[in-house]
Design a protein around this ligand. Structure first.
Ligand code: PNS
Length: 167
């Protein structure tokens, strides 16, 4: 039988409802979706450790029968090959995402011509949501409860107690 396994890679620091929306959409299109957290991200010091992010993603994706959570280091194409995945799933929220995403997709194609990149759009209501904005707004006392899963909200409150005082 012809089955399609795809990787949904990212930093997920933290997981947002936009990510979850994309996971839901992707899981309907492919047979198996591996949500893969990059361990050696160059994005600076993360708010949540990789094991914490694995826990949050595992919990939040428990209800999907065909979604699993993994971590990877190094090149995405190498991880995809080791997983026997034929595709990479990425979300595009706005035109501003496109240039970077196209560059990455083309570089990945150069590195492995067999690996396809699938772009999907999250629900309109999440087009402005990013992990970076969620962290920044929460740190300043803003309400992000409709933008992240409840279990992420609880961890944010535990991690940044000062933000609660600012409210
Ligand atoms: O959530 P992010 O930070 O936008 O995800 C970026 C990610 C993890 C998909 C990207 O940085 C990546 O794939 N890194 C692994 C290194 C790699 O393969 N680089 C070559 C592709 S340009």
């Amino acid at each position: 039988m012809h089955t399609v396994k795809a990787i949904y890679p990212g930093t997920f620091d933290p997981l947002t409802n936009g990510h979850l929306d994309l996971i839901a959409r992707g899981s309907k299109i492919v047979d198996h979706l591996v949500v893969a957290i990059l361990r050696n991200s160059e994005k600076g010091t993360p708010l949540f450790t990789v094991p914490e992010r694995v826990e949050m993603l595992t919990e939040a994706t428990r209800s999907f029968g065909n979604v699993s959570v993994a971590t990877f280091n190094g090149l995405l194409v190498d991880f995809a090959r080791a997983q026997n995945a034929r595709a990479v799933l990425r979300g595009i929220r706005a035109i501003s995402d496109y240039e970077y995403e196209l560059q990455m997709a083309m570089m990945n194609r150069k590195l492995d011509p067999e690996l396809e990149t699938l772009f999907m759009m999250p629900a309109e209501k999440y087009t402005y949501v990013s992990s970076r904005l969620v962290k920044g707004v929460f740190q300043l006392g803003g309400d992000v409860s409709s933008l992240v899963p409840q279990l992420v909200m609880e961890r944010l409150k535990a991690r940044i107690p000062a933000a609660q005082e600012a409210r």
